[in-house]
Write a protein that binds this ligand. Structure first.
Ligand SMILES: NC(=O)c1ccc[n+]([C@@H]2O[C@H](COP(=O)([O-])OP(=O)(O)OC[C@H]3O[C@@H](n4cnc5c(N)ncnc54)[C@H](OP(=O)(O)O)[C@@H]3O)[C@@H](O)[C@H]2O)c1
Length: 330
């Protein structure tokens, strides 16, 4: 089968494109003929070695996938040949990745694709959707009628956080780094969106939520807790999930006196039950049109190295040339 893979960590250009053996599913695995995959920042950290992880060699890059089941292991109970499936959490903790014509996937990390949903949309929503659900539903327990602020609302995760916030019934304010992305946040359903580079965010926030926001979602890799804690309401909840090397100052007094809570998590450490719970809600919202993909660029599998360069330039160097997800079609 054709695959995009590395034999050692390195720059995007170290990704090779060529023939590898088609995997054989183990007893609890399904073999998926991959139709679409999407790129996430973590794919670039693993490929570059920024996050050292035990990798098979050769290592096929990528976490997300969508496609069709072509064979099943003897213990598989949830799927049959011909089912359309999506999933994430591959290419992590020793598991092989997904940027290939076929992938053998543990059935616990695969979910049915609703009939009305296209493969590329399911792939584009996979990791970012599970992440948004873990943060909003399972960590912060966002409630209808509450206010949610998303710092970086037009990015991969942020664009889903906005939509899930609205699907849950919250009022949502988002920030973005240019006017085009501010417009995108509004199209995704944000009630208010602000360009954080050209505007002072706080006066607009004060108008939107005079008492502060109930939940604050930080997507930036350099969180500013001085600014954020001031934006929280009494008993506000804050989510941090980016910036492994970040060591920002944390103003303890203003935080605990307001009775706030800080939630941090890594999607790939969530249990399969937690991820399945996220996938169930995502499938329901996707089939009702409440959750849509935010695809910015598409590449063929042979151009995975170009796709990784684009993702890395934007996530690490804040190039501003990407407003959403990169999908790779197989
Ligand atoms: N913990 C987990 O489980 C988990 C899961 C998924 C992702 N992540 C991490 O979360 C981060 C976001 O992932 P992603 O897929 O959404 O990446 P992305 O598409 O590259 O988005 C990054 C976002 O950060 C925003 N941003 C950057 N600097 C900012 C600043 N100073 N103020 C406000 N916003 C700022 C960007 O806004 P503009 O482009 O509009 O400036 C953009 O929306 C990455 O670091 C990723 O590694 C963690």
């Amino acid at each position: 089968m054709k695959a995009a893979y590395i034999t050692q960590p390195g720059a995007p250009e170290s990704i090779l494109f060529g023939e590898l053996e088609t995997p054989v599913p183990q007893s609890d695995q399904i073999l998926v003929k991959i139709n679409a995959v999407s790129v996430n920042p973590i794919d670039t950290y693993i490929r570059s070695g920024l996050i050292p992880m035990q990798l098979p060699n050769p290592f096929i890059v990528g976490c997300d996938f969508s496609g069709m089941v072509t064979s099943i292991g003897t213990q598989v109970t949830r799927f049959k040949i011909g089912d359309r499936v999506w999933g994430s959490n591959q290419g992590l903790l020793g598991r092989q990745g997904t940027f290939s014509e076929y992938a053998a996937v543990d059935e616990m990390f695969a979910y049915p694709i609703p009939e009305s949903v296209a493969d590329e949309d399911a792939a584009a929503l996979a990791l970012v959707g599970i992440t948004a659900h873990l943060g909003l539903v399972q960590e912060a327990r966002l409630q209808a009628g509450e206010t949610l602020m998303v710092n970086g609302g037009a990015g991969g995760v942020g664009s889903v956080v906005i939509q899930m916030g609205k699907a849950i019934g919250a009022r949502v304010i988002a920030t973005a780094g240019n006017d085009e992305r501010v417009e995108r946040c509004l199209q995704l359903g944000a009630d208010c969106a602000v360009n954080y580079r050209s505007n002072d965010v706080d006066p607009m926030l004060k108008e939107f939520a005079p008492e502060g926001v109930n939940v604050f979602w930080e997507t930036s890799r350099v969180p500013d807790f001085h600014a954020t804690i001031g934006r929280l309401a009494e008993r506000g909840r804050m989510i941090v999930m980016a910036g492994r090397d970040a060591t920002p100052e944390f103003p303890v007094g203003p935080f605990y006196v307001k009775g706030c809570r800080l939630h941090g998590f890594a999607m790939f450490k969530a249990s399969s039950e937690e991820q399945q719970e996220a996938a169930r809600d995502m499938n329901s919202w996707m089939s009702k049109g409440r959750l849509r993909s935010n695809i910015s660029q598409r590449f063929p599998l042979s151009e995975t190295a170009v796709a990784h360069r684009l993702q890395e330039d934007n996530t690490i160097k804040c190039a501003g040339t990407l407003a959403g997800k990169i999908v790779v079609t197989v």
